[in-house]
Design a protein around this ligand. Structure first.
Ligand code: GDP
Ligand code: MG
Length: 595
């Protein structure tokens, strides 16, 4: 295709503002997907995506659209809207010349609208603002158009009004895409350079790599090379998604499509990498390649210990399609054998654990999420701690924790309560701006303070009206300590936590109290202690009992006795020993899940 007849664009929006629904309508209006095959959220292929109504992986699709009798190829890239996946969003943006900025006309601008808009502007994309859900009675297009015009300039009357639900305005929007978004420009005769913006594992075809051709061309059967690693593969098949894969004779400047090389692991075809050819390799990779770094770690343990090999296999499989997932074996006194896993964020963690449950039928328990700490001991040795149990025992010179720049958008009535929450989480106010009836608050905050339950608190304090976005902002030294929980003097590793010194007492008393309620009485007294190093900061006691369960049945019928014994035996199987103390595994699970 002549690059002048190509338009590459994406849709950026806050979650739930209607990207996927609008994408569906575009597929329909352009005849890309036949009417009888149409179903909601067509591009969200994963069950979890469909059920939760969120997009996790990016998707690219080619559509045809005629304007004034001329045929155009529109490549639309549907991007994930959630902060955890902002790495994928930014790669998708780099593959486009323009972006539709979609804003729910009943909600207005939200935190991720801004975050994605800023990313799009950094990538020099042409922005087409669009009001969506215009069919809703609660839609307030005048107000929201005003907000948008304040933000990006331009005439509010010029902003298109559409409904992804009814299809209203969608054709005009496609015309505008052709009119406003610049066509791709590249050097047709230069060595090939294609940017990988997504890479997915398909059990039948191996890894499918989605690329945007920048310069030159790629043809099937050619030897290709990954510029970050020098790895060579053969391009077995090249094609475009429409949205079903359609093999083509190759990809040329400005085109968006896929290639299949027969590799089995997405790590060999990394998002952000540049593909070139072996015969005529490019000398310089395209900008912007960085490995996504896990920010949140948690231990995943099978509730039934015999599921451990299944868990390992399941993680190996998920890793094939998710380069950002990390894991290594770990053991815990309380929970047995499991894996310490690294995630991009909390939603990523949730999605992986849910996929493990659902696709592999695993019952799992996850330890409290932890961030990555840099600990320097007094003798100068540095340790990277992703698990409180790795925290060095000796004297500590300093601890640094990851910081994030948080942006919160909410109606201005909530400013007070939001500030209170952020301050209680060691946030420092960096800026505040009014956008009509809403306010954007910017805070610098330790990531460790928001991974736990910050978003829940924010939502409940603002009746669900606040939205949140965050991005990494380096590290900062802080007065952090490790709190251990001991049962009769023995550490229960799964409950150790790294917390700010001011919160240590609160954490210690809370866990000790929880465990006292959950652990059944033993034949002897069991002290539960919370300690920083050797210093005990909180204590509870489980009093001893001496109760012969059979005594109650004395003289009773024998079958009742046997039943009781059997019941006890069954209970024993799920018991874990911490020193001399028998703890039912359920107690650990309940204590970790916090209810
Ligand atoms: P995404 O998270 O941006 O991909 O949003 P979705 O496309 O999944 O839409 C979120 C919710 O809004 C769904 O319940 C949609 O049915 C609904 N929705 C999307 N577009 C419209 C629209 O134009 N009008 C109305 N009334 N609802 C819409
Ligand atoms: Mg979606």
């Amino acid at each position: 295709t002549d690059p002048a007849r190509i338009r590459n664009f994406c849709i950026i929006a806050h979650i739930d503002h209607g990207k996927s629904t609008l994408a569906d309508r575009m597929l329909q209006v352009t005849g890309t997907v036949p009417e009888r095959e149409m179903r909601a959220q067509y591009l969200d292929r994963m069950d979890i995506e469909r059920e939760r109504g969120i997009t996790i992986k990016s998707q690219a699709v080619r559509m045809h659209w005629d304007v004034d009798g001329a045929a155009y190829a529109l490549n639309m890239i549907d991007t994930p809207g959630h902060v955890d996946f902002s790495y994928e969003v930014s790669r998708s943006l780099a593959a486009c010349e323009g972006a539709i900025l979609l804003v729910d006309a009943a909600q207005g601008i939200e935190a991720q609208t801004l975050a994605n808009l800023y990313l799009a502007m950094e990538n020099d994309l042409e922005i087409i603002p669009v009001l969506n859900k215009i069919d809703l009675p609660a839609a307030d297009p005048e107000r929201v158009a005003g907000e948008i015009a304040d933000l990006i300039g331009g005439d509010p009357d010029d902003i298109l009004k559409v409904s992804g639900k009814t299809g209203m305005g969608v054709e005009e929007l496609l015309d505008r895409v052709v009119e406003r978004i610049p066509h791709p420009v590249g050097e047709a005769d230069a060595p090939a350079r294609a940017m990988i913006f997504d890479s997915v594992y398909d059990p039948y075809r191996g890894v499918v790599t989605y690329v945007r051709m920048v310069d030159g061309k790629l043809t099937p059967r050619e030897k290709i090379q990954m510029m970050s690693t020098g790895a060579e593969h053969e391009a077995l098949e090249i094609g475009v998604s429409s949205p079903e894969p359609v093999p083509t004779k190759g990809l040329a400047v400005g085109e968006v499509g896929y290639l299949i090389t027969g590799v089995k692991d997405v790590r060999q075809s990394k998002v952000g990498d540049t593909v070139t050819t072996k015969l005529k390799p490019a000398s310089e990779a395209l900008p912007g390649y960085t490995d996504p770094k896990p920010m949140v770690f948690s231990g995943l343990y099978p509730i039934d210990g015999s599921d451990y090999p299944v868990l390992r296999e399941a993680l190996d499989k998920l890793k094939l399609s998710d380069a950002a997932l990390q894991y290594e074996p770990e053991t815990s006194v309380a929970l047995g054998f499991g894996f310490r896993c690294g995630f991009l964020g909390l939603l990523h963690l949730e999605i992986i654990s849910e996929r493990l449950r659902r696709e592999f039928d695993l019952d799992l328990i996850a330890t409290a999420p932890s961030v990555v700490y840099q600990v320097t001991a007094e003798d100068g040795t540095e340790v990277t701690v992703t698990n409180p149990s790795e925290y060095p025992d000796g004297k500590i010179a300093s601890v640094r924790e990851p910081m994030v720049r948080v942006a919160i958008l909410a109606p201005k009535d909530y400013v007070g309560t939001i500030m209170e929450l952020c301050q209680s989480r060691r946030g420092s106010l960096m800026g505040m701006e009014y956008l009509g009836e809403r306010v954007e608050l910017r805070y610098g905050m330790p990531l460790g303070e928001i991974v736990f339950d910050f978003f829940d608190h924010l939502k409940s304090r603002t009746q669900g009206y606040a939205s949140l976005d965050y991005e990494p902002m380096g590290e900062q030294e802080a007065d952090l300590v490790k709190v251990d929980i001991l049962l009769q003097g023995d550490k229960v590793d799964a409950f150790s936590a790294i917390v700010h010194r001011d919160n240590a007492y609160h954490y210690g008393t809370m866990m000790a109290e929880r465990l006292r309620k959950l652990i059944p009485r033993q034949q002897f007294e069991v002290p539960i202690q919370a300690a920083i190093g050797a210093r005990v900061i909180a204590r509870e006691t489980i009093r001893a009992i001496r109760k012969d369960v059979l005594a109650k049945c004395y003289g009773g019928d024998i079958s009742r006795k046997r039943k009781l014994l059997e019941k006890q035996k069954e209970g024993k199987k799920r018991m874990k020993m911490v020193g001399r103390v028998e703890v039912p595994q359920e107690a650990f699970i309940a204590a970790l899940s916090g209810d």
